[in-house]
Design a protein around this ligand. Structure first.
Ligand SMILES: Nc1ncnc2c1ncn2[C@@H]1O[C@H](COP(=O)(O)OP(=O)(O)O)[C@@H](O)[C@H]1O
Ligand SMILES: [Mg+2]
Length: 154
């Protein structure tokens, strides 16, 4: 499984931007990583890659936000406060997931039922507080993501 090194927040943003250039309607991206790992930073890049005017903010207290105005609508979900399987339909989003890109922070184990095909990015940071470097382990289910995973590491 590819692992990417992200020395600065700008690198994590740039990874999100590359992803934003490749995603298509109906895509599901699941982000894992502790608080501060860079999940929202990556989503900010994803929105920029789609051409959606920001700013993307952490959706923690609202669970989900929809960003429009880019190539595709971006549905940004923070599943941190959701205990069990997410019924994204229950969030009453004003967006159709089939027409959107959905990215879920803290979504592992919760949103797999939404799509058989998905990209997973696991963000981690090292123990050294002075080192800002993050690492992203890229995994996926579904053939089409293999190509995108290659493009992401370019
Ligand atoms: N290499 C890096 N990648 C991502 N964020 C970084 C990096 N280095 C420093 N940061 C900072 O760490 C914080 C990450 O916060 P955020 O993206 O909200 O994380 P999360 O959503 O995972 O809790 C931001 O303040 C960001 O500027
Ligand atoms: Mg976040």
């Amino acid at each position: 499984m590819p692992e990417l090194t992200l020395p600065t927040a700008a690198d994590t943003n740039a990874l999100g931007q590359r992803l934003g250039q490749h995603v298509r309607a109906g895509d599901l991206v699941v982000l894992t990583g502790d608080l501060g790992a860079g999940k929202t930073t990556l989503v900010q890049g994803l929105a920029a890659g789609l051409g959606a005017p920001g700013p993307v903010v952490s959706p923690t207290f609202v669970i989900a936000r929809v960003y429009r105005g880019g190539r595709l609508p971006l549905v940004h979900v923070d599943a941190y406060r959701l205990g069990s399987s997410v019924e994204v339909d229950d969030l009453d989003l004003d967006a159709d997931l089939a027409d959107s890109v959905t990215v879920v922070e803290w979504g592992a184990g919760l949103v797999e039922s939404l799509s058989e095909e998905r990209l997973q990015l696991a963000l981690t940071r090292g123990l050294d507080e002075d080192d800002e470097t993050r690492h992203a382990v890229v995994s996926w289910s579904g053939d089409r993501w293999a190509e995108i995973a290659d493009a992401l590491s370019e």
